[in-house]
Design a protein around this ligand. Structure first.
Ligand SMILES: NC(=O)c1ccc[n+]([C@@H]2O[C@H](COP(=O)([O-])OP(=O)(O)OC[C@H]3O[C@@H](n4cnc5c(N)ncnc54)[C@H](O)[C@@H]3O)[C@@H](O)[C@H]2O)c1
Length: 402
């Protein structure tokens, strides 16, 4: 029996590339078309070991390009769309919100349109817990928590969720939305918290941490995210939203310390930097719906997952080193920045912007004292202008926003 054709967008990014590999290993009878614009975050090395073949095909393209989408959907009989493609980094969204609205909202709408016209059987829209905003010290996000995004990134994701929902309600397109907590694992672009800490510590560079480091994120190994998406594709109900999370709440500082301990590096490398504007205090996911209704369970323990992830970055230095030094791949320019330096793959202007942003609207951090034996609060500029760390990833918060 021939299998299904899946259109996976953003399949050269962190989660998308893990998902393509996960899916083809388990369902070799299916065919995956990987559509990715190869922005600064897309890396063809992430698909290493996946040559073009009968069941895997890479197409370079932009989800906002309606003509290209139309051609693709006309040529291919697409059964399921899994939409990972997005601008995903909160700090970049503070520097340049426009590209986030364009890709995340408009791009999703363009895909939904083609999916509708061509009658796809499943449209799985990959969203984030950040659409719910922030929590206090207690409680968890459920699927009925009102959307209250605080960053341009999370607002653009919330916008895309609402458009996706409308396509279900208005056109009957079988849309399912997933909202996952912060992911970690192999192939994550080194501007995000976990790979940034690992790669900086491995180079004996300072590890900047926003504010007092007490912001809480709920961590999930990327493979567990992939198995949750698998459950949603196979057994999810159209029109529904499923939260996905691992129940692994950690402050950013706890996570940084855990990684440094894994690497045998001293905590003195930690440097606190002025906080991100609008920085959400705490995310925590109630994932009981997907567990109960779709029988999904995460398989990774946090300690084991982090240990394996650290090992992966230690043994894949060439992969991340290339990300640190190469210019973005040809094609669409990297996300622009407020400083007008759009072509640096790891431009530091987002953090510099944070430093210079007005303090108004800044979310209060819990407690005021620094809790690590770190030096007095440095500015990101202090750290970033040291010669050894120029052009390095710098964002020290978790997850897609991280
Ligand atoms: N990383 C996390 O912790 C996390 C958690 C929850 C949800 N998510 C969501 O999962 C998805 C994937 O996240 P990620 O961390 O893998 O992101 P990523 O930044 O690593 O990858 C994004 C990919 O999308 C591609 N892309 C960007 N704009 C595009 C466009 N216009 N057309 C086609 N391709 C485009 C990029 O080239 C890249 O390969 C995102 O939608 C994100 O919001 C991420």
């Amino acid at each position: 029996m021939s299998g299904r054709t899946l259109l996976v967008t953003g399949g050269m990014g962190f989660i998308g590339s893990n998902f393509v590999r996960y899916w083809l290993e388990r369902r070799p009878q299916d065919r995956v078309i990987n559509l990715d614009a190869l922005t600064y975050a897309g890396n063809t090395d992430n698909a290493a070991g996946l040559p073009d073949s009968a069941n895997y095909h890479f197409v370079r393209g932009d989800i906002t390009d309606q003509q290209q989408l139309k051609q693709l959907f006309t040529q291919e009989l697409i059964h399921t769309v899994v939409n990972f493609a997005a601008e995903s980094h909160v700090d970049r969204s503070i520097g340049d919100p426009g590209i986030f609205v364009r890709t995340n909202v408009l791009g999703t709408q363009c895909l939904l349109d083609q999916a509708r016209v061509h009658g796809v059987m499943r449209f799985v829209h990959i969203s984030t817990d950040e659409v719910y905003g922030t929590l206090g010290q207690e409680g968890k996000f459920t699927e009925s928590t009102p959307l209250a995004p605080n960053s341009p990134y999370s607002a653009s994701k919330a916008g895309s969720d609402l458009v996706a929902r409308a396509y279900y309600e208005t056109f009957g397109l079988p849309v399912i939305i997933t909202r996952c907590s912060n992911n970690y694992g192999p192939y994550q672009y080194p501007e995000k918290l976990i790979p940034a800490v690992i790669t900086r510590a491995l180079q004996d560079e300072p590890v900047p941490v926003y504010g007092n480091g007490l912001n809480v994120r709920d961590w999930l190994h990327v493979e567990d995210h992939c198995s949750a998406i698998e459950a949603v594709i196979e057994r999810g109900v159209p029109g529904e939203v499923y939260n996905i999370g691992g129940g692994n709440e950690q402050t950013n500082l706890q996570m940084v310390r855990r990684i440094l301990a894994e690497l045998g590096k001293p905590e003195t490398v930690i440097q606190f930097v002025a906080d991100r504007p609008g920085h959400d205090l705490r995310y925590a996911i109630d994932a009981r719906k997907i567990e109960r209704e779709l029988g999904w369970q995460p398989s990774y323990q946090l300690a084991e997952g982090i240990r394996r992830t650290v090992e992966w970055y230690v043994s894949h230095r060439a992969w991340w080193n290339k990300s640190l030094v190469t210019q973005p791949q040809l094609g669409r320019p990297a996300t622009g920045t407020a400083s007008g330096a759009p072509n640096m793959p790891h431009n530091t202007s987002a953090v510099v912007d944070v430093q210079h942003a007005p303090a108004t609207g800044q979310r209060q951090q819990p407690g005021s004292a620094h809790t690590a034996s770190a030096p007095a609060m440095a500015t990101a500029d202090d750290i970033l202008t040291r010669p050894a760390v120029s052009n390095r990833p710098i964002m020290m918060n978790g997850g897609d926003t991280p």
